[in-house]
Design a protein around this ligand. Structure first.
Ligand SMILES: [Zn+2]
Length: 207
């Protein structure tokens, strides 16, 4: 993992400065992966695309606000830039605080992830998918994704599995031909055939 000097990100509403990790390159070695596409990788920090100001609570897009590198030690005294919480995401979506389709997809994906219970081993994580907000968000996300794209197709299959539409999930999985998606596809298919609807952990290097 290669890091540059930390970035200072300034809240567009009140000017409060936040510190953000400046990732120049990373890798997913030693990472954990889940069927919804989320992951946790120590060498690939998940830097926020949207954040909430620690001082005034303003929700903002990090890429669209003032930011600069700092090699001053005092940068470490600044509050770190955090990902928005579940309520922030829900609020941002209902207030349409995004520009364009890709940003809406990002926010809906993050909202989906925030409600998924991601198992570390084999523990039971059922439940979240029955929530009304969960279902409405999944349906809205399905409308936004592009079934001509193989990766989107895998995410769409996973959403249908979450919604317990196992037939549609299998139908979409059968259209996925890209080799790089095969390990995820197979494990989602196995869960689907067992009528398991919740997020599962994906193990790689099985092929
Ligand atoms: Zn602020």
């Amino acid at each position: 993992m290669l890091l540059g000097h930390p970035l200072i990100v300034r809240c567009p509403a009140c000017g409060q400065e936040h510190r953000q990790t400046n990732l120049l390159s990373g890798n997913t070695f030693g990472g954990m992966f889940w069927s919804d596409g989320s992951s946790f990788a120590p060498m690939m920090p998940d830097t926020p695309y949207f954040s909430v100001c620690s001082t005034c609570g303003h929700f903002f897009c990090v890429k669209r606000c003032e930011q600069f590198e700092s090699d001053d030690e005092s940068v470490y005294e600044l509050p770190s830039l955090e990902h928005p919480g579940r309520n922030d995401l829900s609020d941002a979506l209902s207030r349409k605080l995004f520009e364009g389709k890709n940003e809406e997809i990002y926010l809906r994906t993050r909202f989906w992830w925030s409600m998924n219970k991601r198992p570390f081993q084999q523990e039971d994580t059922t439940g979240a998918e029955d929530d009304k907000a969960y279902r409405l968000n999944a349906l809205a996300l399905l409308e936004l994704l592009n079934d001509a794209d193989q990766h989107d197709l895998l995410i769409m299959a996973e959403l249908h599995r979450n919604l317990k539409d196992f037939g549609k999930c299998l139908e979409l999985l059968n259209r996925i031909t890209e080799k790089r998606l095969e390990e995820r596809r197979q494990q989602i298919e196995k869960a689907c055939k067992s009528k398991i609807s919740n997020t599962i952990r994906i193990e790689f290097n099985r092929l």
